[in-house]
Design a protein around this ligand. Structure first.
Ligand code: AMP
Length: 137
Protein backbone atom coordinates (compact mmCIF):
# COMPACT_ATOMS: atom_id res chain seq x y z
CA UNK A 1 0.00 0.00 0.00
CA UNK A 2 2.87 2.36 0.70
CA UNK A 3 4.74 1.40 -2.45
CA UNK A 4 3.49 4.37 -4.45
CA UNK A 5 3.84 6.79 -1.55
CA UNK A 6 7.03 8.74 -0.95
CA UNK A 7 8.20 9.46 2.60
CA UNK A 8 5.07 8.12 4.23
CA UNK A 9 4.29 8.72 7.90
CA UNK A 10 2.38 5.98 9.73
CA UNK A 11 0.36 6.90 12.83
CA UNK A 12 -0.80 4.07 15.11
CA UNK A 13 -3.84 5.08 17.17
CA UNK A 14 -6.50 7.53 16.07
CA UNK A 15 -7.83 8.65 19.44
CA UNK A 16 -7.50 12.12 20.93
CA UNK A 17 -3.79 12.39 20.22
CA UNK A 18 -3.45 10.42 16.97
CA UNK A 19 -6.30 12.24 15.26
CA UNK A 20 -4.87 15.64 16.26
CA UNK A 21 -1.44 14.75 14.88
CA UNK A 22 -3.00 13.23 11.76
CA UNK A 23 -4.96 16.42 11.16
CA UNK A 24 -1.78 18.48 11.46
CA UNK A 25 0.10 16.24 9.02
CA UNK A 26 -2.83 16.25 6.63
CA UNK A 27 -2.85 20.08 6.64
CA UNK A 28 0.85 19.95 5.79
CA UNK A 29 -0.03 17.67 2.85
CA UNK A 30 2.13 14.84 4.17
CA UNK A 31 1.58 11.28 2.99
CA UNK A 32 -0.03 9.65 5.96
CA UNK A 33 -1.63 6.36 6.97
CA UNK A 34 -3.55 6.11 10.25
CA UNK A 35 -4.27 2.74 11.85
CA UNK A 36 -6.76 2.15 14.65
CA UNK A 37 -8.20 -1.09 15.98
CA UNK A 38 -11.64 0.54 16.13
CA UNK A 39 -12.84 2.18 12.92
CA UNK A 40 -15.34 4.32 14.87
CA UNK A 41 -12.37 6.40 16.01
CA UNK A 42 -11.76 7.67 12.47
CA UNK A 43 -14.68 9.99 13.14
CA UNK A 44 -12.11 12.10 15.03
CA UNK A 45 -10.45 13.00 11.72
CA UNK A 46 -11.50 16.12 9.80
CA UNK A 47 -13.78 15.71 6.77
CA UNK A 48 -11.02 16.86 4.45
CA UNK A 49 -8.43 14.41 5.84
CA UNK A 50 -6.10 13.59 2.95
CA UNK A 51 -4.52 10.36 4.25
CA UNK A 52 -5.49 6.70 4.36
CA UNK A 53 -7.24 5.01 7.27
CA UNK A 54 -6.86 1.32 8.06
CA UNK A 55 -8.82 -0.56 10.70
CA UNK A 56 -6.63 -3.15 12.40
CA UNK A 57 -4.73 -4.18 15.48
CA UNK A 58 -1.21 -2.83 14.96
CA UNK A 59 0.29 -5.49 17.26
CA UNK A 60 -0.60 -8.00 14.52
CA UNK A 61 2.01 -8.47 11.84
CA UNK A 62 -0.67 -8.89 9.16
CA UNK A 63 -1.88 -5.34 9.80
CA UNK A 64 1.63 -3.94 9.43
CA UNK A 65 2.40 -6.00 6.32
CA UNK A 66 -0.86 -4.87 4.70
CA UNK A 67 0.39 -1.29 4.62
CA UNK A 68 3.99 -2.27 3.71
CA UNK A 69 5.23 -0.63 6.87
CA UNK A 70 8.90 -1.19 6.06
CA UNK A 71 8.57 1.61 3.49
CA UNK A 72 7.56 4.20 6.10
CA UNK A 73 9.86 7.12 6.87
CA UNK A 74 8.41 7.84 10.30
CA UNK A 75 6.36 5.59 12.60
CA UNK A 76 4.40 7.34 15.32
CA UNK A 77 3.10 4.89 17.93
CA UNK A 78 0.50 6.62 20.06
CA UNK A 79 -2.00 4.13 21.40
CA UNK A 80 -3.16 4.53 24.99
CA UNK A 81 -1.10 1.64 26.35
CA UNK A 82 2.66 1.74 27.07
CA UNK A 83 3.20 -2.00 26.56
CA UNK A 84 1.41 -1.94 23.21
CA UNK A 85 3.43 1.09 22.15
CA UNK A 86 6.73 -0.50 23.17
CA UNK A 87 5.93 -3.71 21.30
CA UNK A 88 4.91 -1.95 18.06
CA UNK A 89 7.78 0.53 18.27
CA UNK A 90 10.28 -2.32 18.68
CA UNK A 91 8.86 -4.13 15.66
CA UNK A 92 9.08 -0.92 13.65
CA UNK A 93 12.68 -0.32 14.64
CA UNK A 94 14.15 -3.82 14.66
CA UNK A 95 12.15 -5.81 12.12
CA UNK A 96 11.01 -3.17 9.63
CA UNK A 97 14.03 -0.83 10.05
CA UNK A 98 11.97 2.36 9.96
CA UNK A 99 14.39 5.31 10.19
CA UNK A 100 12.47 7.22 12.86
CA UNK A 101 10.18 5.64 15.44
CA UNK A 102 8.45 7.85 18.01
CA UNK A 103 6.33 6.47 20.86
CA UNK A 104 4.03 7.86 23.52
CA UNK A 105 4.97 6.63 26.99
CA UNK A 106 2.91 7.53 30.05
CA UNK A 107 5.29 5.98 32.57
CA UNK A 108 8.18 8.45 32.54
CA UNK A 109 10.36 5.90 34.37
CA UNK A 110 10.29 3.72 31.27
CA UNK A 111 11.66 6.39 28.96
CA UNK A 112 15.21 5.02 29.21
CA UNK A 113 14.09 1.57 27.99
CA UNK A 114 12.80 3.11 24.76
CA UNK A 115 15.80 5.39 24.36
CA UNK A 116 18.21 2.44 24.69
CA UNK A 117 16.35 0.76 21.83
CA UNK A 118 16.80 3.82 19.62
CA UNK A 119 13.15 4.83 19.90
CA UNK A 120 12.29 8.51 20.37
CA UNK A 121 9.92 9.08 23.27
CA UNK A 122 7.32 11.69 24.10
CA UNK A 123 5.94 11.41 27.63
CA UNK A 124 2.70 13.30 28.40
CA UNK A 125 3.45 12.73 32.09
CA UNK A 126 6.82 14.44 31.83
CA UNK A 127 5.45 17.25 29.63
CA UNK A 128 2.67 17.93 32.16
CA UNK A 129 5.13 17.94 35.06
CA UNK A 130 7.52 20.32 33.29
CA UNK A 131 4.71 22.69 32.31
CA UNK A 132 3.31 22.54 35.87
CA UNK A 133 6.71 23.53 37.26
CA UNK A 134 6.94 26.42 34.80
CA UNK A 135 3.53 27.93 35.52
CA UNK A 136 3.57 27.53 39.29
CA UNK A 137 7.05 28.81 40.17
P1 AMP B 1 -6.20 8.24 22.81
O1 AMP B 1 -5.67 7.77 24.14
O2 AMP B 1 -7.52 8.96 22.93
O3 AMP B 1 -5.18 9.07 22.04
O4 AMP B 1 -6.54 6.95 21.96
C1 AMP B 1 -5.67 5.86 21.72
C2 AMP B 1 -6.14 5.11 20.48
O5 AMP B 1 -5.29 3.98 20.28
C3 AMP B 1 -7.58 4.58 20.53
O6 AMP B 1 -8.30 5.12 19.45
C4 AMP B 1 -7.41 3.06 20.42
O7 AMP B 1 -8.46 2.43 19.69
C5 AMP B 1 -6.08 2.95 19.69
N1 AMP B 1 -5.42 1.65 19.89
C6 AMP B 1 -5.18 1.04 21.08
N2 AMP B 1 -4.53 -0.13 20.88
C7 AMP B 1 -4.38 -0.27 19.52
C8 AMP B 1 -3.81 -1.27 18.69
N3 AMP B 1 -3.26 -2.40 19.19
N4 AMP B 1 -3.81 -1.09 17.34
C9 AMP B 1 -4.37 0.03 16.80
N5 AMP B 1 -4.94 1.01 17.54
C10 AMP B 1 -4.94 0.88 18.89
Amino acid sequence: MLSKEKDCIVVIGCGRLGSTIAELLSEERKNIIVIDKNKDNFINLPNNFSGFTIEGDATEIDTLLKIEISKAKILLVITDDDNTNLMIAQMGKNIYKIPQVIARVYDAKRESIYKNLGIDVISPTRLFTEKFKKITV
